[in-house]
Structures are given as structure tokens and as C-alpha cells.
Design a protein around this ligand. Structure first.
Ligand code: 5GP
Length: 198
């Protein structure tokens, strides 16, 4: 998605060879116009899949997932990372090792919000090692729902997440695919390297 690549180049910061900071439009401040385009793009890509529900992970997955659910006219639920006082027993849970926080956390979705009639599209902001996506897949499967695919805003293709998901038979569609972050440069898959400001 050209617009997203332009945003990454203009507003992104390479923090290390493995981490891209995009707080200016996705992970902290949120650009609504970009989110709208992201939602439209996922909706177009998955238009033939008869999606009934988008499943994502708080907090950074919510904005792109919400715009996708609006564009697809389907439901949306996000997995929580912290247990709320109103959440008691009736939860599907999975353990996820966080790439950015380097710690395990339990994510959960109420059983009320996933069932065997759902055909789910999983959306997340980044794909690195695939742990977040695999945790969401685990939860959706506990609810006996089908999984139509996984939509990723920014995929770091030099990390193993995409292969893991493909090996498990899932469709993976990423709007921006990064081949490398070496030398403070963002190189997109199949493109020449482009420099990002520090
Ligand atoms: P994975 O579970 O695939 O290893 O990592 C994906 C999750 O880690 C995403 O939900 C995202 O929040 C976070 N993440 C992974 N890599 C990056 C990165 O380079 N930048 C940012 N901002 N978040 C990342």
C-alpha cells in the first residue's frame, strides 16, 4: 500500500535492526485518514471471504481493525492483555510472548463474543515472530470459529512470523512488507532501500 509506505518513510523511526517506531500514526498518535485507507484496503483484499468478525489485540490493533470492520460491515472484538474486574471465568485465553516488551502475557476474549458461526479475519499492527497472531488464532479456535485470514499493517518479512503462519495454512496479507531495517534504512520487499529520518 503506497500511502502506508510513504507514512513509514516520512514519520517512522528505525530504533534498531529489528524495531521500527511508528508512534506518529499507528502506535500512539493515530492518523484517521490513513486508518480509513487501511480499512478499505483490507476490506477489498478479503471481500470474497464472507467475514463475520474481525479479531484483534489491544491496543494498537484496534484502530486498523475498527476501520476494517466498518468497511466490511462486520463485528469486531479485541483481545485484552489485562484482566478487567468485569471479566470472571468465561474467557478464552492464550499466552503470548511480546516482541516489544520481551515478556509473556495472557490475552483473553470473552466466550460470549466468538462462536462456531463466525468466519474471522485477524488484524494486527505488526507481524514479527508471529506470537500475537498465533495467540489470537488459538483463541479463535477455542471458540470453534473459522479463520479466513490474517491482515497485517506492517510485516517485518525478515522475521519468521509470516512463514510460521503460512506453514500452518493461513492466508497472510500485509499492507507493507519490510525486507530490512539495517543501517537505519527501511527497505521494502521488492524495492530499493529508502532512508528513514532518525
Ligand atoms: P510478534 O507477536 O509477531 O512477534 O510481534 C507482533 C507484535 O509485537 C505486534 O502486536 C506489535 O505490537 C509488536 N511489534 C513487533 N515488532 C514491532 C516493531 O518493530 N515496532 C512496533 N512498534 N511494534 C512491534
Amino acid at each position: 500500500m503506497k500511502l502506508l509506505e510513504d507514512y513509514i518513510l516520512k514519520y517512522g523511526t528505525v530504533l534498531s535492526d529489528g524495531v521500527l517506531k511508528v508512534d506518529a500514526f499507528l502506535n500512539h498518535a493515530i492518523d484517521p485518514k490513513l486508518m480509513k485507507e487501511i480499512g478499505n484496503s483490507f476490506a477489498e483484499t478479503f471481500q470474497d471471504e464472507k467475514i463475520t468478525k474481525i479479531v484483534t489485540l489491544e491496543s494498537s490493533g484496534i484502530a486498523p481493525a475498527l476501520m476494517t470492520s466498518l468497511a466490511m460491515d462486520c463485528e469486531l472484538v479485541f483481545a485484552r492483555k489485562r484482566k478487567s474486574l468485569t471479566m470472571v471465568d468465561h474467557m478464552y485465553t492464550a499466552n503470548v510472548y511480546s516482541f516489544t516488551k520481551q515478556q509473556n502475557s495472557e490475552i483473553s476474549i470473552s466466550k460470549e463474543f466468538i462462536n462456531e458461526h463466525d468466519n474471522v479475519l485477524i488484524i494486527d499492527d505488526f507481524l514479527a515472530n508471529g506470537q500475537a497472531a498465533l495467540g489470537l488464532i488459538d483463541i479463535v479456535k477455542q471458540g470453534n470459529a473459522s479463520i479466513a485470514g490474517i491482515g497485517i499493517v506492517i510485516e517485518k518479512s525478515f522475521q519468521p512470523g509470516r512463514e510460521k503462519l503460512l506453514e500452518n495454512g493461513y492466508r497472510v496479507e500485509s499492507l507493507a512488507r519490510i525486507a530490512s531495517l539495517e543501517n537505519n534504512k527501511v527497505t521494502f520487499v521488492n524495492e530499493n532501500s529508502k532512508t528513514v529520518s532518525q
